[in-house]
Design a protein around this ligand. Structure first.
Ligand SMILES: Nc1ncnc2c1ncn2[C@@H]1O[C@H](COP(=O)(O)OP(=O)(O)OP(=O)(O)O)[C@@H](O)[C@H]1O
Length: 587
């Protein structure tokens, strides 16, 4: 036996795989990386270490008595034979290209446990910025490149409870440590816990080479609902309610505006533009009320319901405030109905993309949790946010706007979005449709990968990336910050006494009133294109200043148009449905 060897090649060998009789089963296990010296070629420059991976392992013995074993008397297992099936990954040549041997290995060649340097270089694990964990079963750190992850987008896919938000938070911590600005769309209030330092055993922290850390100074949580509904939020999130255009309004709920309704709206807004420097949705409602047609009532109905969401404000949350170097803005959708969420995502992401194109904000990352809700695959549902998310997926990289797509139902995420993700972090998936959707999107995926995904334990992810040669399993590191996605303990909750109701109903608490600013034109800034390696070196452009000497314009007091009565079944139902949609989750 050659010193240090853990097994020997035997039987028929090929250029893609070979079998090994194993001597040291502590070093040769399913998934382990091994190396073998390749000198079968007569050309000496082809003599090199070749990396392989154990894909299957079998054990057998033909020298024991079944009777003894049945009595539990088979104590000596030293004559068991362990056979490993190894797939050849290859070696790097002097130009850095991956090469696979063209002549099979000789039976009898010794194999060894692979060392870190060879494993890293052959697999292409050359990033050194984001520490996401260890190559499974090894002490080899898996580090990703910030530029590659952000510019080429990434996805985190897994069935529920398999560690998606935990893994996403690990990536977000690393991006925050590199000052990358982020906008996080958070439907389940999971990411505000990034503020709090994590808990865990010191051995776990030491094993992954990280320390507990809270990101309180870098995270701001915004609520599109109210502070009463979401008291933990730091700020209200509001969309611009001033000088809305026909497009702004009809894109909010496209299904609720027919051509006739759009025409009425157009006429009203045209008049307002001539008469007033600034106008609000209240003014639009007033002006539509002057229309002579019956169809105006449906338009008014929809406009009133948009107004009543309180999402529109004369003091909107600015993109430059949300997207800053070293900061993450979490839009916490707690208490916001799904249709309103999509509308907000559509509007916010459009502004984000435009601001990035105009270089008003630095390059950074948009994080979309539960992406199947905001960019659903055709045939599952339709939302107003799909188009802009598709656009960011296909064009974002040119402008340095990356996207992290997180979903528990990969089959239901728009394929145009998913297929643009250059890095995929996939955890346990069992649904056959989801497995199919994932494997369709991965080049050269074998049935082995699908089987592996079904068996992954919590906390272990398969990493697939353009940068690495083949999918690798990663033991995701412990979080530096506290995990916020714990499931609810139903039994404990049932045993805890219910607290008395609060004095005020949530929606009775007034929100601060703000003055109406005059809308300022966006300064003309040249559109910029961002290229590789630009993300870490962020040019920050100051946001257009706010006018502090501003005096609110005199507000027109509309004589309120009468409340909408049903003119026919179709019109009244349209408005009623919308109302229910918007407030279902809030009341
Ligand atoms: N790398 C890890 N290390 C330690 N624990 C982990 C790891 N990944 C996940 N977990 C544990 O697994 C549990 C589920 O993880 P997580 O909340 O991220 O799942 P999820 O897929 O986001 O679930 P859901 O779809 O319900 O939101 C967590 O409570 C967490 O403690």
């Amino acid at each position: 036996m050659v010193r240090g060897s853990v097994g020997v090649i035997f039987g028929e060998t090929g250029t893609f795989e070979f079998k090994v009789m194993v001597f040291d089963s502590s070093k040769v296990y399913r998934g382990a990386y091994v190396k073998v010296w390749h000198d079968a070629s007569s050309d000496e420059k082809d003599h090199t270490w070749v990396l392989g991976q154990v894909m299957a392992i079998k054990r057998y013995s033909d020298s024991f008595s079944i009777e003894e074993a049945m009595k539990g008397q088979r104590a000596d297992k030293s004559d068991d034979k362990i056979v490993a099936e190894v797939v050849i990954i290859g070696s790097r040549d002097e130009t850095g290209m991956l090469r696979a041997p063209v002549i099979p290995f000789s039976p009898g060649s010794p194999i060894f446990a692979a060392d870190e340097g060879l494993t890293r270089s052959v697999l292409g694990l050359t990033g050194n910025e984001m520490n996401i964990g260890m190559l499974e079963g090894t002490n080899i750190k898996v580090q990703l490149s910030v530029n590659s992850l952000v510019q080429k987008h990434c996805s985190i896919l897994a069935k529920t409870g398999s560690g998606k938000s935990y893994t996403a938070s690990v990536l977000l911590e690393e991006l925050l440590d590199h000052n990358i600005p982020m906008l996080i769309l958070d439907p389940h209030s999971e990411y505000s816990s990034l503020k709090v330092e994590g808990e865990g055993s010191s051995e776990d922290f030491a094993r992954f080479g990280v320390k507990p850390k809270g990101y309180g100074n870098s995270i701001k949580v915004y609520t599109p609902a109210s502070k009463a509904i979401n008291p933990d939020a730091d700020e209200l999130f509001r969309l611009n309610g001033m000088n809305l255009t026909v497009r702004d309004l009809t894109s909010i709920f496209p299904d609720n505006f027919s051509t006739t309704h759009t025409g009425i709206l157009y006429e009203a807004i045209q008049k307002l533009r001539v008469e007033m420097e600034t106008y609000t949705i209240e003014d639009i409602i007033f002006e539509v009320g002057n229309d002579k047609s019956k169809a105006k009532w449906n338009v008014i109905n929809v406009l009133e319901q948009i107004r009543d969401t309180n999402i529109l404000s004369p003091n909107p949350t600015s993109i430059t405030e949300l997207f800053q170097k070293g900061k993450a803005a979490v839009i916490d959708f707690k208490g916001v109905a799904p249709e309103l969420q999509s509308m907000i995502v559509a509007s916010l992401c459009s502004s984000l993309f435009e601001a990035r194109k105009l270089n008003q904000i630095p390059p950074g990352m948009l994080v979309v949790e539960e992406a199947h809700n905001y960019a659903p695959e055709k045939g599952f549902s339709k939302t107003s946010s799909t188009d802009i998310l598709r656009t960011i997926a296909s064009e974002g990289r040119k402008f340095g706007l990356g996207m992290m797509v997180i979903s528990q139902r990969p089959a239901r995420v728009d394929k145009n979005v998913l297929s643009q993700c250059g890095t995929q972090v996939i955890m346990k998936v069992t649904n056959p449709n989801d497995l199919k959707a994932i494997s369709k999107g991965l080049e050269g995926v074998t049935s082995y990968v699908e089987e592996e995904l079904m068996r992954l334990p919590p906390g272990v992810a398969m990493l697939v990336s353009n940068e690495i040669e083949r999918p690798v399993l990663v033991d995701i590191r412990i979080r530096k910050s506290k995990h916020g996605g714990e499931s609810v303990n139903v039994l404990k909750a049932a045993r805890t006494p219910t607290p008395p109701p609060p004095e005020f109903a949530a929606n009775q608490i007034p929100e601060p009133v703000t003055p109406t600013p005059v809308r300022r034109p966006v300064p003309a800034v040249n559109t910029v294109e961002i290229h590789e390696h630009d993300v870490l070196d962020i040019p920050v452009v100051d946001s257009p200043g706010q006018d502090t000497n501003f005096t609110p314009p005199p507000k027109r007091q509309p004589s309120r148009p009468p409340r909408v009565e049903a003119t026919n079944g179709e019109e009244s139902e349209g408005g009623g449905k919308l109302f229910k949609k918007l407030f279902r989750a809030n009341r």
